[in-house]
Design a protein around this ligand. Sequence first.
Ligand SMILES: [Zn+2]
Length: 210
Amino acid sequence: MKTAIITLLALGVCLPLQAQDKLKPVSTSGNVEWQKEEMCQFVFFAVLEGLYRDGVQNEIVDAIIGEKIAKKGDKVKTHFVFRCKLCHATYEAFRTYRNRPAFMQTKGSSTFGKGADLALVTKLSSNDARTRIYTMGAMIRPWIMHRIKETRKTPEEKTAMKKNFIKYAQEGSELLSNHKRAKDGFYLDWSFYGSCQACEAAKDLGQAGF
Ligand SMILES: [Zn+2]
């Protein structure tokens, strides 16, 4: 039951609750100010850390950061909800990792892990939005959970985080609807369930019993 409620909230269909929370109306232009928000930094570091720990290859990262998209402002749109703060935090972690320097006094090594399955590139570049986004989500969600465990959050802190994730998910879902209404071609086929993968971490926390 608890999980069902969380799922509904994550979908952003719980409108009366949303109104109570007095979320600021979401704007679709201007800068995206995610940098100073604790949750966004948490997700940024979780993703950056996961990328290093797994030693994810550049080919995979390029498929996520929109390397093939010509217009700079559209690069984020292949896997993320434009202007969604957690999405932007995640995207920037991938970009930061992609620009990492090689370690000094090594034979050009720049990361730690063995790397991921390169077959992911095909899935991450799929024309099917659901395949693309869920493949990316399957990478980042365990990293977020890993950091939550690693930072030894108390049950209260985990509950607070889950609530926060749900708020971000509501905002993300509103933005996605706006993009669809504005007929942004990148989002027209995002009709599947659960589009914001960083926000979906709320569900992982729910499943972990928080
Ligand atoms: Zn998002």
